[in-house]
Write a protein that binds this ligand. Sequence first.
Ligand SMILES: Cc1cc2nc3c(=O)[nH]c(=O)nc-3n(C[C@H](O)[C@H](O)[C@H](O)COP(=O)(O)OP(=O)(O)OC[C@H]3O[C@@H](n4cnc5c(N)ncnc54)[C@H](O)[C@@H]3O)c2cc1C
Length: 438
Amino acid sequence: MSKILVIGGGLMGSAAAWKLAQRGADVTLVEQQDENYLYGSSYGSARIARSLGPKKDVFSYLFNQTLKEVRQLIDFLNTNDYGDRHAMEDIYSTSPVSYLFHRDQWPVVDRLRFKRQKRDFRIGSSRSSFRKFGMTIPKDTLLVREQREYSGTMQPMELIRKLHLGITQKGSQIKYQSRVDRLVKNDDGRFAGTITHLANGKSKALKFDQVVVASGAYAVDVLQDFAPYLHRVLTPKKVVLSFYRIKQSRYDRMTPAEKKAMLDAQPYFSQIGKEYFSMIEKPADNDDASPLFKAGGHQLRRNIRDLSRVWTEKPRKKDRKWTKKQFRKHFDMLEIYLKKKDIETVETYNCVYTETRNHVPLVTHLFNKHGALDRDIVLIGGMSGIGAKGCLAYGTIGADLLLGKEGKAKKMYRKTVKALGNPSIRLHTRRIKRGRLF
Ligand SMILES: Cc1cc2nc3c(=O)[nH]c(=O)nc-3n(C[C@H](O)[C@H](O)[C@H](O)COP(=O)(O)OP(=O)(O)OC[C@H]3O[C@@H](n4cnc5c(N)ncnc54)[C@H](O)[C@@H]3O)c2cc1C
């Protein structure tokens, strides 16, 4: 049986390792952090989970497939783990998801109105939005609200915990606090990597037959010897996140109807301008206290100078101010008027993700440094701000590619595999000669 190395224990690496282990492969998942996951794109307690998309949309497909895969994982854990009971609700909180569009984006909204989706979402204009959703939206905008089972928010950390349980119960291993440096492929056709145990600094050279690279923002570093062109394809970006609570004195003055409207309006995603988003990071312990909100802007992403320092760097004042302003604006739409002093900033930090130039993630075999496609390696990366909701489907596709099982699949699956494939690598690296890169 071939020995498979999976580099990175965030959502993507964990999903791929689980899928490989489920299919009986001999997997070693290596993660540089310890079990207590503290940074990485998957860090945090909430991500927007939504299935809304145009007909035959790849991202809606990825989300729906992920729900199926998560159900399978939960069933597996419930039949094998005699301790905890596991449930979909540990990971997903169902709630309405609201999107704000500019009127010029009507063609985008219109594409969402096909038969199968009609009953699950409603559209409000600036005239009808207050009546329908209790939100007064600016002129020339449209509010779309999706309401489906398991659309709302998902908890990445809890999903990672369950995936790791599944991986170990299937007999595969996870090495925490271990970093893979400089992956290379030897003449014997096997991959060699140095694995350093970060707690004691000891390094070991290990050999594997196949590899999945899911090391998020660090993929370019990990693959600098094997695929030195990758910096042209993947770019790590930092995104500012702010965490707020409404101060108790102000929260006490909110009516029950206002509190309900506030909860119904989260998660919220404005597709206009800098793409503001907010969601509930942690619900309050009781009805008398404010939940913890997370807010940010996807188009506020900035380049990273030093990946090792970015997690501890203080985010720019300008970006923090912008986020708070948008947070208040969102509440204004609910006719809940907050002064600056009513909002407590609990925390603010840079989060990191990687982007591809066409914003479509990659799940693909890689070209080696000589330009030949290597089918024993798969990259799952460039997930930007959209990966979490489809993570198990990305992992499954990665596992299928590595095991050579993607051939006999259905049309939508094939369309998705193609969309996540390597043409963008070809496009953004030099020239292509007789089917080869370079
Ligand atoms: C601010 C922000 C908001 C987002 N919002 C949403 C949202 O609302 N909805 C949604 O669906 N998605 C969202 N996403 C996207 C989603 O969170 C990411 O796509 C997903 O978490 C990416 O997971 P990953 O496994 O690729 O990367 P990571 O989680 O970064 O995992 C990579 C892992 O590899 C490890 N690693 C790196 N190098 C090495 C090495 N050499 N050896 C060993 N281990 C290594 C790292 O420690 C890390 O744990 C958001 C992302 C961000 C940053």
